[in-house]
Design a binder for this molecule. Sequence first.
Ligand SMILES: Nc1ncnc2c1ncn2[C@@H]1O[C@H](COP(=O)(O)OP(=O)(O)OP(=O)(O)O)[C@@H](O)[C@H]1O
Length: 309
Amino acid sequence: MIRTENLTKTFALRKNQPPIQAVQNLTLEVKEGEVFGFLGPNGAGKTTTVRMLAALIRPTSGSAFINQFQIGRDDTQIRRSIGILTETPGMYERLSAEKNLSIYANLYDVADVKGQVEKYLRMLGLWNRRMDEVGSFSKGMRQKLAIARALLHEPRVLFLDEPTSGLDPEAAKLVRDFIEELKSEGRTIFLCTHNLDEADRLCDRIGIFKSRLIAVDTPANLRQRLFGRRVVFHLRALNPEWVETLRRFEFVKEVTPVDNRLLVRLDEPEQYNPVLIRKLVECGADLQFVGEIRHSLEDIYLQTLQAEE
Ligand SMILES: Nc1ncnc2c1ncn2[C@@H]1O[C@H](COP(=O)(O)OP(=O)(O)OP(=O)(O)O)[C@@H](O)[C@H]1O
């Protein structure tokens, strides 16, 4: 659905200054129906990437396709087949929410302007405020309106740049639920966010990016690759001998005792946990809980960037 090959953007500044390599040789494929999280620190080049993919700015070199449309060659078709939520969406402040959306729907030649505007105002909970001037809207309401605007022409591909930034938890949840709904409709979503928990919850795959793509995979695979899998056994009391007992299993990579817990690193805990549980019980352990230790996406992100540096 989205495909880039060595996509590069260099900004030339003043004469004596070196150019800024905002995006370097980005090669990436996002499949239809996928929610792809694009993560990176401030100034990493995420917005520049989105602006190139949305045919708003020209790449310096490389190529990119949205479906069969190539940026630089089929820009009109690209703009019609994508929806974009920018970081700071501008609106006509003195006009009502409804009027704002109608203007955009007309610009996009939407067939049923009234119907589409009503559909999205209702979906985003703005129907009762439709006659109010956008200048009187809160940040959350503006953001919802901007999302509605990006969807009026029913694009199959959506670029969302920081969709929940600055929103209160309730508004952020509404937007996240809405993104899930869009995903369930089979739309392809390219999501830039600094909210790693949000990315973890919503994204099928994640790209960690800092001018160039450092890592790309599913959150589960990134976790496994970086940290392996770890299981924690909570015991009523810990006999230090059990550490050695568990270490003797060849599938166990590491055992660390912490208070009354044993932290065990191993591959395929689904297969081997029952063996460990049986052994501990056999040894007389009172097993209270067993669980997997899940590294947060924040750990993965920070570790990946650190390794890069
Ligand atoms: N129009 C421009 N002219 C010159 N430099 C630019 C321009 N747009 C972006 N840059 C530079 O390109 C780099 C990448 O910026 P970009 O806005 O794409 O980062 P970002 O990953 O979206 O950051 P943030 O998370 O802070 O939004 C930065 O160094 C920025 O200063």
